[in-house]
Design a protein around this ligand. Structure first.
Ligand SMILES: Cc1cc2nc3c(=O)[nH]c(=O)nc-3n(C[C@H](O)[C@H](O)[C@H](O)COP(=O)(O)O)c2cc1C
Length: 138
């Protein structure tokens, strides 16, 4: 299995409806392709975790990278994994509006420090951040 986390910037602020559309298509496709994960959206930034069989993840990832709705992608983690963090979620979703102040600050910190980390990614911070959502999605 392969696990990927990336950070990107939305081309423009997306409306709730546009976000829901991304989510609807993602869930449909990921269910079909055996891919699971998490999508965070805060202040015009996406943080997404994708996990599944390596070939399936590669295919989804390549498609998502070409999407004009976001840009400036930073690859934060790309690992072998033995088990899924979000086994029950074709794409779990957490908009910032639904999170507490502490959580939002944690994400903001992650985004600010991401360019440094992306230069030599060991993925530790990415894993810590997304890992902190695992419990709340169970
Ligand atoms: C931030 C972001 C995350 C996305 N995540 C996924 C995803 O997990 N799976 C997926 O199939 N498409 C995802 N998409 C949508 C793809 O870029 C693409 O539009 C879609 O896969 C095309 O599907 P279709 O060929 O069924 O229309 C995402 C798009 C954005 C902007």
């Amino acid at each position: 299995m392969r696990r990927i986390v990336y950070l990107s910037t939305a081309t423009r602020l997306l409306s709730d409806l546009e976000l829901m559309d991304v989510l609807r298509v993602s869930r449909h496709n990921n269910e079909r392709d055996g891919v699971t994960g998490l999508l965070l959206y805060q202040g015009g930034n996406f943080i997404q975790l994708l996990e599944g069989e390596a070939a399936a993840v590669a295919t989804v990832y390549a498609r998502v990278m070409k999407d004009p709705r976001h840009h400036s992608v930073l690859h934060m983690l790309d690992n072998e994994a033995t088990e899924r963090l979000f086994p029950g979620w074709s794409m779990a979703f957490r908009p910032a509006a639904g999170l507490g102040d502490e959580r939002r600050q944690e994400i903001a910190d992650f985004i600010i420090k991401a360019p440094q980390e992306a230069a030599s990614p060991d993925g530790r911070r990415a894993l810590r951040l997304v890992g902190s959502f695992v419990q709340s999605m169970r």
